[in-house]
Design a protein around this ligand. Structure first.
Ligand code: CP
Ligand code: NVA
Length: 314
């Protein structure tokens, strides 16, 4: 099947078919092998890329920067105090100006609406580097890592433990439903995913053959899991909620006991990072033999590069 993504934005996996997602993962695997072999093909020569960050970042910022430079593009970092996005200049105006100067725009920030407006008004490909609602580039890296470690995606039992309504839980549910992985969310009822999103994902799941399960029972959830995934208990922008989250999320901590409750010793542990050791995951699990978190972090770069090459490459 031939896939052409040229000119497309990457705002959420909802906009992508299973075949297109697979294509991006395989392109990333290819670009990773080429980089390891010292082969660089300059797919983004003479392109200029704007990197807008309203929120902090280590992996995403570095991935876009290194991905650009490896492929011959120029990345320009625009931090929250560098531009006046949305408070002294409308998002629409900033989008139109940046679209006249840059060939592609990455956005990390609060509102999904902002990244959508940037795409609508800039006229160039816009890539979502995380919003309150979604984190689609992370899911590409996660699935690439699952493919590398376990050989395939379809039929994998993928269990997410923790805050079931945050950007990672949302993005993973969309991705798993599209790609045919059995997705389980284990979280307190008050943090169950948004009903509307679950309904949409169940439609995708019907097509792909995936199952979606939402439960408050973590031990039951992880039985026979191929992947256990967690994320921070408070996301960027909601730091004041830490006490209330700690009070309800303790049973969802990924620790040796929960890993053992899978009943398997081949289960891998994943985390988008940054991690708060002692909260959502214990130090021994993060450092243990099941943990693939640093391969996963490296794959951010290869997958983000693949997204830019596919949507903007020469
Ligand atoms: N996983 C992730 O998005 O990391 P950063 O916040 O460091 O970009
Ligand atoms: N849910 C986390 C993800 C960080 C990559 C956050 O939004 O802070």
């Amino acid at each position: 099947m031939s896939v052409c993504l040229k000119g497309r934005s990457f705002l959420t996996l909802k906009d992508y078919t299973a075949g297109e997602i697979e294509y991006l993962i395989d392109l990333a695997i290819d670009l990773k092998a080429k980089k390891k072999a010292g082969i660089f093909e300059n797919h983004l020569a003479h392109k200029n890329v704007a990197l807008i960050f309203e929120k902090p970042s280590t992996r995403t910022r570095s991935s876009f920067t290194v991905g650009c430079v490896d492929e011959g593009a120029h990345p320009e970092y625009l931090g929250k105090n560098d531009i006046q996005l949305g408070y002294k200049e409308t998002v629409e105006d900033t989008a139109r100006v940046l679209g006249r100067m840059f060939d592609g725009i990455e956005f990390r920030g609060f509102s999904q609406d902002t990244v959508e407006k940037l795409a609508k008004y800039s006229g160039v490909p816009v890539w979502n580097g995380l919003t309150d609602e979604d984190h689609p580039t992370q899911v590409l890296a996660d699935f690439m890592t699952v493919k590398e470690k376990l050989g395939h995606l379809k039929g994998i039992k993928f269990v997410y433990c923790g805050d079931g309504r945050n950007n990672m839980s949302n993005a993973l549910m969309i991705g798993c439903a599209k790609m045919g992985l059995d997705f389980v969310v284990a979280s307190p009822e008050s943090l169950f995913p948004d009903e509307k999103l679950v309904e949409l994902c169940r439609k995708y799941a019907k097509e792909s053959g995936a199952a979606i399960t939402i439960t408050a029972n973590p031990k039951e959830a992880v039985k026979n899991a191929d992947v256990i995934y967690t994320d921070v208990w408070v996301s960027m922008g909601e730091e004041e909620k830490i006490a209330e989250r700690k009070a309800i999320l303790g049973p969802y901590q990924v620790n040796a006991e929960l890993m053992a409750a899978t009943g398997k010793d081949s289960t891998i542990f994943m985390h988008c990072l940054p991690a708060v050791r002692g909260n959502e995951v214990t130090n021994d699990v993060l450092e243990g033999k099941a943990s693939v978190v640093f391969d996963e972090a490296e794959n951010r770069m290869h997958t983000i590069k693949a997204v830019m090459v596919a949507t903007l490459g020469n």
